[in-house]
Ligand binder design. Structure first.
Ligand code: ADP
Length: 165
């Protein structure tokens, strides 16, 4: 079975992430969606909330082919532990390139057995990021075209100060 690991913070998952997962599943039998527990990004949602949102957001058609796993520590170790040899990353614009390039080459230094594969989302998602969604949501803008309905609802609750998403 071919399996690729898609690591990220997913704070929260957006339609851009889902688009990339759908594309990967045209080439791989299974996507292991690795949610980073110790992100330097100071996530808005807790690890449990991010996990629950990802699980709830996966369309039925692909849910059986995506395994959601929280991880900490070195990505390369997680990929090996999952029995995979490939890392999936999304590339939106040139601005993503520098960081992704560095990370891919560092990961290759750490393990030459594992390749990073980059996929581009549908063009209308190229400017979409979890950060911008949180910003627009916080200011009360319409985010429904960009995130699954349960993510939109969770963001509204979060910004209404109801704590738990
Ligand atoms: P990280 O904190 O690792 O950057 P993110 O959750 O922000 O995690 O993103 C995970 C991966 O998904 C990254 O490779 C990122 O470039 C990619 N990604 C995020 N949003 C999009 C999008 N709209 N289209 C394509 N790829 C995306």
């Amino acid at each position: 079975m071919s399996r690729i690991v898609y690591p990220g913070t997913f704070d929260p998952i957006t339609n851009g992430h889902l688009d990339v997962i759908g594309r990967a599943l045209q080439m791989f039998d299974e996507v292991v969606l690795g949610i980073a527990a110790d992100s330097t990004k100071r996530p808005l949602f807790t690890l449990e909330e991010r996990t629950r949102l990802v699980e709830g957001a996966l369309p039925v058609a692909i849910a059986g082919k995506v395994r959601v796993v929280a991880f900490q520590g070195l990505l390369i170790d997680f990929v090996k532990a999952q029995g995979s040899r490939a890392i999936l990353r999304g590339l939106r614009a040139v601005s993503d390139f520098e960081f992704e390039f560095q990370m891919a080459l560092m990961n290759r230094k750490l393990s030459d057995q594992i390749e990073t594969i980059f996929l581009m989302p549908k063009d209308s998602y190229t400017y979409l990021s979890s950060t911008i969604i949180k910003e627009v949501g916080r200011l009360g803008g319409n985010i429904s075209p960009f995130v699954p309905p349960l993510v939109e609802a969770a963001l509204r609750r979060k910004f209404a100060g109801e704590g738990e998403a």
